[in-house]
Design a protein around this ligand. Structure first.
Ligand SMILES: C[S@@+](CC[C@H](N)C(=O)[O-])C[C@H]1O[C@@H](n2cnc3c(N)ncnc32)[C@H](O)[C@@H]1O
Length: 337
């Protein structure tokens, strides 16, 4: 997604943004072309580390918790309904009497959000473009009761928060991975894309595990992990797993890698995680991962590791073990964040 809907609303004159206005973008897509908005005082709020880094590299002020007052707050609608409503509450708090612009795809529920908003505020304008809608209203306190709840235990006892992966409780793929986990895993390792900590918590039960780096890009998920994991063998990192860490430093990596960008399936995410695991592992290191059966990871695994076997599987998931990373995956230089 670019800012096609905002651009369209501005180009058609449906919406105008006064020169010099202070505008806060709440969690825009990483490919949003904010550079096209000249003459405005921009701030970006980002919770997802790779996107945070990207906007920062563009020279924009980026924060994980925007503060007001702003003249205008632009909300990019996320997939989760509760998170979307939480961002509307945040937008009103930051705009404090200014304009709130809500921008989203049909597949992310913009129509339902517009309907919800119409019951609470007067919609001052709206346009449709790029399989979605953008609408705006003057902020007040209408969404005060929609604030994103703090992390709290779900039925299974885990702390999660709306909007994080598998917010209702453990993911079935991760449960399959735990059931098949080789008990011989020992030493220092990492849980890449560790979410709110389900895999790490189970890895701590293995007697030979001495240290776990949980690497997660979603700061809200990491805040939940902090509540689920109190063992001092765990270090939490808000980082992009594709670039994090020191090459050749780990005995093992365990992961249930991401496979979606918003709603779009994207196997390149998991493939990047596999290459990163190979880079991070010592020459005799082991990767154990779970994936949906249909995801095409075997070629990347065979290129990155000398040995590959399937430990467990059914029609939905495959649990794969890869050993002996090939040295070509180690650039010899890496950074720790
Ligand atoms: C399939 S979920 C697995 C979560 C957790 N390990 C579990 O078992 O429930 C993948 C996780 O990777 C995270 N993620 C996505 N892209 C990432 C990146 N570039 N670096 C680190 N984490 C990422 C997501 O936020 C999500 O929490």
């Amino acid at each position: 997604m670019t800012l096609a809907r905002l651009d369209h609303a501005l180009e058609t004159g449906a919406l105008t943004l006064p020169d010099g206005a202070r505008i806060v973008f709440l969690e825009p897509s990483p490919d949003a072309d904010l550079g096209s908005l000249s003459g405005l005082d921009l701030t970006v709020q980002q919770n997802f580390k790779p996107a945070f880094d990207l906007f920062e590299a563009m020279g924009l002020p980026v924060t994980t918790d925007a503060a007001g007052p702003a003249d205008i707050v632009h909300v990019t609608l996320p997939r989760s309904r509760e998170l979307a409503r939480g961002l509307l509450a945040k937008a009103e708090a930051v705009a404090a009497g200014g304009l709130v612009i809500v921008d989203g795809a049909k597949t992310d529920g913009i129509d339902a959000t517009l309907k919800f908003a119409k019951d609470k505020v007067t919609i001052e304008g709206q346009t449709s473009k790029a399989h979605g809608k953008i609408f705006w209203f003057t902020s007040g306190t209408a969404f005060e009761d929609c604030a994103l709840p703090d992390p709290a235990p779900v039925a299974s006892g885990w702390f999660t928060q709306p909007g994080v992966f598998s917010a209702d409780g453990p993911d079935a793929g991760s449960e399959a991975l735990i059931a098949a986990l080789p008990k011989l895993i020992k030493g220092r390792g990492a849980d890449l894309g560790g979410g709110w900590g389900f895999l790490t918590k189970h890895l701590l039960d293995l007697p030979g595990v001495t240290h776990i780096d949980l690497v997660e890009a979603d700061q809200r998920a990491l805040n939940c992990a902090r509540l689920n994991l109190t063992d001092d063998r765990v270090a939490l990192h808000w980082a992009d797993a594709a670039t994090w860490g020191v090459a050749g430093s780990l005995d093992w990596v365990v992961m249930n890698p991401p496979f979606h960008t918003s709603r779009t399936p994207d196997s390149s995410l998991g493939q990047n995680f596999i290459r990163s695991a190979a880079r991070l592992l010592k020459p005799k290191g082991t990767l154990v991962m779970v994936a949906n059966r249909h995801l095409p990871y075997e070629t990347t695994l065979a290129t990155s590791f000398a040995q590959l076997q399937e430990l467990e599987g059914d029609t939905r998931f495959k649990v794969l073990q890869a050993d002996q990373p090939r040295s070509s995956d180690k650039p010899g230089r890496a950074r720790r964040r």
